[in-house]
Design a protein around this ligand. Structure first.
Ligand code: PEP
Ligand code: MG
Length: 867
């Protein structure tokens, strides 16, 4: 195997092997740009070293050969006493991990070559400054000596002066001090042999792949842990040779706004690490024009070359050595979400990329960021807790602890934040009334989280540091901070942070645009163009999860092409809950019929509203699927009443019924199709309401969906009756099923005999495949699981391709084997998750369905998946 590549041998597409830095140094070299000569040791060598504890055979020899070639080209040897070649040893992985791994500059200096360097440069001060930097960086990164020790020694000599004011003799003394520190801390002398310095530095860079901060960073950024890093050996150029030298960073465009121009910072008489360390104040890059016009002009022209070549925003590190410009690094630069959209369309207008490419240059996550109101950066913030970032956005309001109070205060025009230990369906009115929702328990698929995301409402859930007392109308935060009802708090649903007091909020123009406002600024016009193209290229349809006419109408404005999931149990919340309770607890067929008769017209009206809002597009209505406990009176409350002698006769009858129906595990209990089969007339009432509503609305396209099916027999039992009612009313509708139990997926070939469509309910399918309670586990232990790398992201957030995804594919395949052309969709929370949308595209689904606010994200990602 070849483990070492000269810069002239690589190119930008070899990032896997050469890392981002090495690949781009090679690319720039081959573009004829001024890159100091050097070579790259591959990440494969690093992987070998990390696995075996020793470098691969032959690596040492290859490095030696490349070093000799470099020495020949430069006309001097590494560390040569009278005229030393010096090199930098820099890490550089495939994905940029800023500052996470190690770099050592000025390798090759020792007590002799420092004098040679001084003579060659005609600059004593510079030579000793370079030497002290080597010992400092080498000591810290290779020998693991506490960096503070060097800093203190430097500060002691420097006093109030700048580092550039240190004289050569002072720096020489500092070198002696630094060598003393090394001796003291390691028990041996600073290694004087240049080859030895280089070898040790390379090993240290390899090792830094597994430094704790690098491990942590990779976990957060979801970078695979086994890639390893490449190592770049680059001949040194010096920015610290005097005022005609310096170092800087530059962007070809503003990474904050995307505007073209001159963006960057420059530091005279310095080496690269000084910029990062903030040792002296940099000047804006424009000022370089006055300092060194020749280098400035050359830099601008190189920036243009790079942009045209990479066809994207590039960031750059450069050094000027005595008026000569050198490129030390470039890469396609990170940018804000707003800049990403702007840059993509600007590049289209410049003729550098196509619209297809523009769509791939932005992401659904970036679009989502643009859709939520945000906290402005100004002003002090007093953070009091951090929970889970359940539904993004920024919300400010008075803390309230009950839904009634939320509704009451909101009715008076107050902004409120609903604070609960956890929410339940009864809190819906309060959640609607509130600006945001904060809970101290529950994960990202807890009730609060799912409902809030559906509403586009800011939510922080599972903030476990908070002790919420509903009865006391207050919560306590760490440090003894008490927040009473009516006190203002701010919650950031994008970060999970909770703040005391008001943090100022700014609105999203992008949402106003999706709501129908004219695209009247550059960002919104960019979003508009990219969305239009994504819509033109995508194959996947996008539907909405919506349960009422208002959500349906908003979903339409956001581009929904139908409703993929109308959860009918959500139509029974609020005051209608009583009607469902009456139904479930009905003691006689007459009581039951009375309860059904009361519900039917309400349902019919709801469906009419939804059909109208969707204007002839398909509407998938799921028959009722409530976990029973959500619709029964509270067992504990009734028991307490009975025990304390306060129960009425009616209470006692209720208590007996509730005891009878009480379930230890309601999510695995009497819900979905099971409920429909147990309570006669329930599903029939719903189907009739759907059919009659459809008859009222010309063009209505109802699809009836049966939940929680595990066996085709269940489906057959309800299907027949539904078909009969549809025929009676004279309305046509598809009858299909959710695939949300593993058994339904595994027997999809049979299930498809009785289903005209499948919709994957991946919330329950994930719950039942992993055996994770969707309401409990995220808060309980997911953070530990993420830490351990058992998964990189919650499977409730991004579809688990290997497990749940495998079931989905199997069901899709076997379902279509039975019934070619079987319509397939997904309606779990994953329908709005970018990675999951790509998986659904690849798996041949017909549509994804997600909450209204995720629809633009799903449209964009469906477009990207198709390209
Ligand atoms: C699902 O389980 O994925 C689903 C959409 O149904 P619900 O979330 O209502 O259980
Ligand atoms: Mg479900």
């Amino acid at each position: 195997a070849k483990y070492v590549y000269d810069f002239t041998e690589g190119n930008k597409d070899l990032k896997d092997l050469l890392g981002g830095k090495g690949a781009n140094l090679a690319e720039m070299t081959n573009l004829g740009l001024p890159v100091p000569p050097g070579f790259t040791i591959t990440s494969a060598a690093c992987r070998h070293y990390l696995a075996e504890g020793a470098p691969p055979d032959g690596l040492e020899r290859e490095i030696g050969e490349h070093l000799s070639a470099l020495e020949a080209a430069m006309g001097k040897r590494l560390g040569q006493a009278d005229d030393p070649l010096l090199v930098s040893v820099r890490s550089g992985a495939k994905f940029s991990m800023p500052g996470m791994m190690e770099t050592v500059l000025n390798i090759g200096l020792n007590d002799e070559s420092v004098r040679g360097l001084a003579k060659q440069a005609g600059n004593e001060r510079f030579a000793w400054d370079s030497y002290r930097r080597l010992i400092q960086m080498f000591g810290r990164t290779v020998q693991n000596i506490d960096g503070e020790l060097f800093e203190h020694a430097l500060d002691a000599i420097k006093g109030e002066r700048q580092d550039t004011d240190l004289r050569a003799d002072e720096l020489q003394r500092l070198v002696e001090t630094f060598k003393g520190i090394v001796r003291e801390q390691t028990g041996s002398d600073f290694p004087a042999d240049p080859r030895e310095q280089m070898r040790l530095a390379i090993t240290a860079v390899f090792d830094s792949w597994n430094a704790p901060r690098a491990v942590l960073y990779r976990r957060q950024e979801r970078i695979p842990a086994d890639l390893g890093t490449a190592v770049n050996i680059c001949s040194m150029v010096f920015g610290n040779l005097g005022d005609d030298s310096g170092t800087g960073v530059a962007f070809t465009r503003d990474p904050g706004t995307g505007r073209q121009g001159v963006y960057g910072d420059y530091l005279q008489n310095a080496q690269g690490e000084d910029v990062v360390a903030g040792i002296r104040n940099t000047v804006p890059l424009q000022e370089l024009e006055g300092i060194d016009k020749g280098s400035y002009d050359e830099l601008l022209s190189i920036m243009e070359t790079l942009e045209n070549h990479y066809r994207d925003l590039c960031d750059i590190e450069f050094t000027i050595e005595r008026g000569r410009l050198w490129m030390l690094q470039t890469r396609v630069g990170k940018r804000t979400a707003a800049a990403a959209f702007r840059i993509a369309t600007q590049l289209v207008d410049q003729g550098l990329i196509t619209l297809d490419e523009a769509v791939t240059r932005v992401s659904g996550d970036q679009l989502a960021q643009l859709m939520f109101p945000r906290f402005g950066k100004e002003g002090g913030r007093h953070r009091i807790a951090k929970g889970m970032n359940a539904s993004p956005g920024a919300a400010v309001g008075k803390a309230v602890f009950t839904s009634e109070r939320a509704v009451e205060l909101a009715g008076q025009g107050e902004a409120v934040i609903l604070v609960r230990r956890e929410t339940n369906p009864d809190d819906l009115s309060g959640m609607i009334a509130a600006q945001g929702v904060l809970t101290s328990r529950g994960g990202k698929t807890s009730h609060a989280a799912v409902v809030a995301r559906g509403m586009g409402k800011t939510c922080v859930c599972g903030a476990e540091e908070l002790d919420v007392s509903i009865s006391g109308r207050r919560f306590t935060a760490p440090g003894g901070i008490e927040v009473e009802e009516g006190e203002v708090i701010s919650i950031d649903g994008s970060t999970g942070e909770v703040f005391l007091g008001e943090v100022p909020v700014v609105d999203s123009a992008v949402v106003e645009y999706f709501e129908g406002a004219e695209p009247d600024d550059e960002l919104v016009r960019a979003v508009d163009r990219i969305m239009a193209h994504a819509d033109a290229v995508r194959r996947l349809r996008v539907r909405a999860n919506a349960d009422n006419p208002e959500d349906a109408a908003r979903a339409r404005r956001f581009g929904a092409e139908g409703i993929g999931l109308c959860r009918t149990e959500h139509m029974f919340l609020g005051e209608r809950r009583q009607l469902v309770e009456d139904l479930v607890l009905a003691a006689s067929p007459q009581d039951r019929q009375a309860a059904l008769d009361a519900l039917e017209p309400l349902q019919r009206t709801d469906f009419i509203g939804i059909f109208r809002a969707m204007e002839g597009r398909p509407v998938t209505i799921r028959l009722i699927d409530p976990p029973l406990h959500e619709f029964l009176p509270d067992l504990v409350g009734l028991s307490v009443k009975a025990a304390t002698g306060q129960a009425t006769d009616k209470d006692r009858v209720l208590l007996a019924a509730v005891r009878r129906l009480h379930e230890q595990n309601p999510m695995l209990g009497l819900r979905g199709v099971r409920l429909g089969l147990v309570i006669p007339g329930l599903f029939a009432m719903q189907v009739r309401a759907i059919a009659e509503a459809a008859r009222e609305v010309p063009g209505a396209q109802p699809e009836i969906m049966i939940p929680l099916v595990a066996a085709v027999q269940e489906l057959e039992a309800v299907r027949e009756e539904a078909a009969r009612i549809l025929a009676e009313v004279g309305v046509e509708a598809l009858i299909g099923t959710m695939i949300e139990t593993p058994r339904a997926a595994l027997t999809a070939g049979q299930v498809a005999e009785a289903a005209q469509f499948f919709s994957f309910g991946t919330n329950d399918l994930t719950q039942m495949t992993w055996g994770f309670s969707r309401d409990d586990v995220e808060a309980a232990f997911f953070s530990r699981y993420l830490e351990l790398g058992i998964f990189g992201v919650s499977p409730f957030e991004t579809l688990d391709r290997d497990g749940v995804g495998r079931l989905l594919r199997l069901a899709a395949e076997e379902g279509r084997a039975t019934r070619p052309g079987l319509k397939l969709g997904i309606c779990g929370e994953h329908g709005g998750d970018p990675d999951s949308v790509h998986f659904c595209h690849d798996s041949g689904l017909d549509y994804v369905s997600c909450s209204p606010f995720r629809i633009p994200v799903a449209r964009l990602e469906a477009g990207r998946a198709a390209l």
